[in-house]
Design a protein around this ligand. Structure first.
Ligand SMILES: Cc1cc2nc3c(=O)[nH]c(=O)nc-3n(C[C@H](O)[C@H](O)[C@H](O)COP(=O)(O)O)c2cc1C
Ligand SMILES: Nc1ncnc2c1ncn2[C@@H]1O[C@H](COP(=O)(O)OP(=O)(O)OP(=O)(O)O)[C@@H](O)[C@H]1O
Length: 301
């Protein structure tokens, strides 16, 4: 993208999940970019800073690619800069992050950050300092006030707890869109077809949060943009498997075709039930058919 002449308006944060709080920043970023004739952009990192600073990995709601895709589709962010978070980045003073990286390298003409945005070495940068520095540099800066919903401050941390507990419908309200996983379809055991419900098999990449094991109302979006309702199991399939490998298996309704090797997006809308060990495959089959009808009803209601 040629930003040499136009420059970028850059929204700042990690943006895991791209929730409604992030949405406030991203919408404003798109609006300012339009006013300035600049490219609406966002800056995120490949690794969550806490993973390095606190040395404890944070299981994320989204991969960097899903984050970028959500920001583009829902908020019109054209350019998502994915910075590499390492020791060097951690030790970068907040002023250098702004002047060297955002303005110098990425041609920022305007920045947008949230009310509690702390950044740079030891988190010494904050919204007040950012605003003052932007004034000095002669570029614009917006600080977005806190977004609350249902009396709660919207945050990635809160939404992670919801998804880990299977509270998917509530998570979707706080995200402002369905929870998303994009992956390439891999081969399963092919048992599903003989049981009357062929499935696509996906995996959560390492570092991405696995929702509570159970069955979900989902929609599968194909590479060509078409989509179909699907009922999806997340878990270890105790009826047919002894292992503890977690799979994501979707039975796509009203569809037959080979999707092996294709990249698809699964959108999670609601939680139907926990994963169970059935005594017979026939009982499993009957339950999956019931869950398929519930999924159909969800989208036709
Ligand atoms: C909607 C749905 C619900 C499922 N629920 C369970 C379950 O509760 N317990 C279980 O052991 N397996 C469950 N499964 C996994 C099935 O055991 C698995 O899809 C089937 O054995 C076919 O596997 P395959 O695709 O590897 O051939 C579910 C699968 C789907 C699609
Ligand atoms: N509820 C909110 N209202 C307004 N701005 C927000 C809200 N949540 C986050 N932001 C802003 O969005 C940007 C990205 O924030 P960040 O990625 O840290 O999200 P977060 O939800 O606060 O994450 P965490 O739960 O890890 O604290 C920051 O500038 C932050 O201040």
């Amino acid at each position: 993208m040629n930003t040499k002449d136009t420059g970028r308006v850059i929204a700042l944060g990690f943006f895991d999940g791209v929730h409604t709080g992030h949405g406030a920043l991203l919408s404003l970023c798109a609006q300012r970019a339009k006013e300035l004739g600049a490219v609406p952009s966002a800056f995120t990192f490949d690794t969550h800073p806490s993973a390095l600073i606190l040395k404890s990995p944070v299981p994320l709601l989204t991969t960097p690619a899903d984050r970028a895709d959500l920001m583009r589709r829902y908020y019109g962010i054209q350019d998502v800069i994915i910075g590499h978070y390492d020791e060097r980045m951690m030790k970068t003073p907040w002023q250098d992050f702004v002047t060297g990286l955002l303005v110098g390298e990425h041609k920022a003409v305007h920045l947008v950050a949230g009310h509690d945005f702390h950044f740079g070495y030891k988190g010494e940068g904050n919204p007040q300092k950012l605003k003052a520095l932007c004034e000095e540099l002669g570029i614009g800066c917006d600080i977005v006030p806190k977004v609350e919903q249902e009396g709660i401050t919207v945050s990635s941390t809160y939404i992670r707890t919801l998804i880990a507990q299977g509270e998917m419908a509530r998570a979707v309200r706080f995200l402002g869109h369905p929870h998303t996983l994009t992956d390439t379809v891999s081969h399963g055991k092919k048992l599903g077809s003989t049981l009357g419900f062929p499935t696509v098999n996906l995996h959560f990449p390492s570092g991405v949060l696995v929702p509570a094991h159970g069955v979900y109302v989902t929609r599968v979006v194909f590479a060509n943009g078409e989509s179909r309702p699907a009922v999806t199991n997340v878990g270890v399939r105790p009826t047919v498997d002894d292992g503890d490998a977690v799979t994501v298996e979707g039975f796509i309704l009203h569809f037959d075709g080979d999707l092996y090797g294709q990249t698809i997006r699964v959108e999670f809308y609601d939680y139907l039930r926990g994963e169970r060990k059935f005594d017979t495959l026939e009982e499993l089959r009957a339950e999956v058919m019931r869950n398929a009808r519930q999924t159909e009803d969800f989208f036709t209601a």
